[in-house]
Design a protein around this ligand. Structure first.
Ligand SMILES: [Zn+2]
Length: 329
């Protein structure tokens, strides 16, 4: 996708700031690399002013906007990069992929009378989806989100969210305050066009679940025979510095499940071009409810894959299921 005008203004401001720093550094101690970078920055600024920015110098197609955010000095599209540069980029991506997969929680986790399992599948090498599980005190915390944008930029924001919540949860703050604090940090540390939808929740040994939803798709409460969307949602995280969040409490009976997912699941296209949809996901979840969370997640993924058939996958897909399985005395 070509770069948006608002994004272009943002990038220009950022680049002008970086140019000032570069110029100051050149005055202190000049290196050949600095001089070369300064030239490249000036050329990029000139392209921004004359309309040539973001246009591949070789094929004249648009340079990928995600890459321009990561590297505003990029002058050719991915297809037109020299093989050596392409290899270097692939190596960087591979490293980013292994860093990201190390951030994921264990595939299955039992804590606080709950059993959790998930499926995490990036569209490319890295994902902008966020998924984490963490025990603190007697509770099991779960997080699932979707960062704006795709690729490396989005995966960096995902890592940012991961670190932030891991640092904040041990503070024991109420959920809504936890998210409000994370929101302020996130809003301060990202570009104005970047935000994340996310659900953070706390599952307790008594079966009560607290949920705080920042603009994300409604989680599903699956009981024997019914699937109900937990319809409570505020603004995405990182949009405004001082936004507030609300907490919802739901009681789960033994055997009930909670299912969270990203839009890569429900907006996946079938061979006929139609979307998989929340309704079909609900049906898949319902028919697998007597299974373990692992089996439930796997059944949903199989159903989705059968629906998608040979259709191209264009978004990151994440599905998380938690089941209340208290130890019976
Ligand atoms: Zn090109």
């Amino acid at each position: 996708m070509a770069i948006q005008v608002t994004d272009l203004h943002l990038l220009r401001d950022q680049l002008v700031l970086r140019r000032q720093k570069l110029e100051a550094a050149v005055t202190r101690s000049q290196t050949a690399n600095m001089v070369q970078l300064l030239e490249q920055v000036d050329q990029a600024l000139e392209r921004m002013d004359t309309g040539g920015f973001g246009v591949c110098e070789v094929c004249h197609d648009a340079v990928e906007s995600g890459r321009l955010f990561a590297d505003p000095l990029a002058r050719v599209c991915l297809d037109c990069m020299k093989p050596a540069d392409q290899r270097a980029l692939e190596q960087d991506l591979e490293l980013a992929r292994s860093i990201q997969s190390a951030l994921l929680p264990k595939q299955e986790l039992s804590a606080a009378g709950w059993h959790a399992a998930y499926h995490y599948e990036p569209a490319g090498l890295v994902s902008g989806d966020y998924c984490d599980l963490l025990t603190h005190g007697n509770d099991l915390y779960f997080m699932l989100g979707d960062v704006s944008g795709k690729g490396v930029g989005a995966s960096m924001l995902m890592a940012n969210l991961h670190a932030m919540f891991r640092a904040l949860i041990p503070s024991g703050l109420p959920l809504e305050e936890l998210v409000a604090r994370a929101n302020r940090i996130f809003a301060d540390s990202t570009l104005p066009t970047q935000y994340a939808t996310l659900v953070i929740g706390k599952a307790k040994p008594c079966g009560e679940v607290e949920i705080c939803n920042g603009g994300h798709l409604y989680p599903l409460h699956v009981t024997q025979g019914s699937v109900r969307a937990i319809e409570c949602s505020g603004l995405p995280v990182g949009m405004f510095h001082d936004q507030e969040f609300v907490n919802t409490r739901i009681n789960f009976s033994p055997g009930d499940s909670l299912v969270l997912y990203t839009d890569g699941i429900t907006e996946a296209h079938g061979a006929d071009g139609t979307e998989y949809g929340a309704h079909r996901l609900g049906a898949a979840v319902k028919s697998a409810n007597s299974h373990t969370p692992r089996q439930m997640v796997d059944a949903c993924v199989r159903d989705l894959m059968a629906y998608r058939a040979s259709a191209h996958k264009h978004d990151d897909q994440t599905l998380l299921a938690l089941q209340f399985t208290p130890v019976q005395h």
